[in-house]
Design a protein. Structure first.
Length: 215
């Protein structure tokens, strides 16, 4: 009888130990899954264009284009980008040969859309009326196509914008303008990189505006 009681107590103790071990394993697993979920949800989103780029008097409801109706009309026909800018993740050049595409720092909209908005805003500030194929109605306009071969924040602490653009009117001739623009990052981080990219596009828009008026 005594042996049977001891065996029963031993069996119950082993069963309790297994239950406690199982509970600890499950708790650890849930904690790990919770940590993964938390990590995956901590994403940062960035806008290439600025939502507050135009300074208007308080209470004014006029759009930026209303004040530049007499400017040169510019039709953006196409923008060509390298493949690495078609990803949603922000890109950083970590060495002379390697790029890193972030999985946690992302563009809030497709890069080309942000680029078009940025150029439209900056070219409008340069007194150009900027159209896209969607709003073009056949009026006389200078046509613009942009080819970007590189646009990236680098390990040297700068942003490089490289490529060429073509401007043309109704005449057969087309003028090709190469550009190579560098802007310095004021500090580390993707926010500083986006600000430097905006500055590079501001320089590019000035070059485009001057070329468009010359045509």
């Amino acid at each position: 009888m005594k042996g049977q009681n001891e065996m029963k107590m031993t069996t119950e103790l082993q069963s309790k130990t297994r239950r406690n071990t199982f509970a600890l394993v499950m708790a650890s697993l849930l904690f790990a899954l919770s940590g993964c979920t938390s990590t995956q949800s901590s994403l940062s989103y960035y806008l290439l264009h600025s939502a507050v780029s135009f300074e208007q008097p308080e209470g004014s409801l006029s759009s930026p284009t209303q004040s530049v109706k007499q400017g040169t009309t510019l039709l953006i026909t196409s923008i060509t980008l390298p493949d690495y800018l078609k990803h949603r993740g922000l890109v950083y050049q970590v060495s002379d040969t390697n790029l890193h595409i972030s999985t946690t720092h992302l563009w809030a909209e497709p890069f080309e859309e942000g680029l078009r908005k940025t150029l439209r805003d900056q070219l409008t500030n340069d007194n150009l009326v900027v159209l896209t194929n969607r709003d073009y109605q056949g009026e006389s306009a200078v046509e613009l196509s942009i080819h970007i071969s590189d646009f990236v924040s680098t390990f040297n602490g700068n942003v490089v914008l490289k490529g060429h653009f073509i401007v043309s009117t109704q005449q057969p001739e087309k003028n090709r303008y190469p550009f190579f623009i560098e802007t310095t990052l004021k500090e580390d981080g993707f926010s500083a990189s986006v600000i430097a990219m905006r500055k590079a596009l501001a320089v590019l828009s000035t070059e485009i505006a001057e070329s468009a008026r010359a045509n």
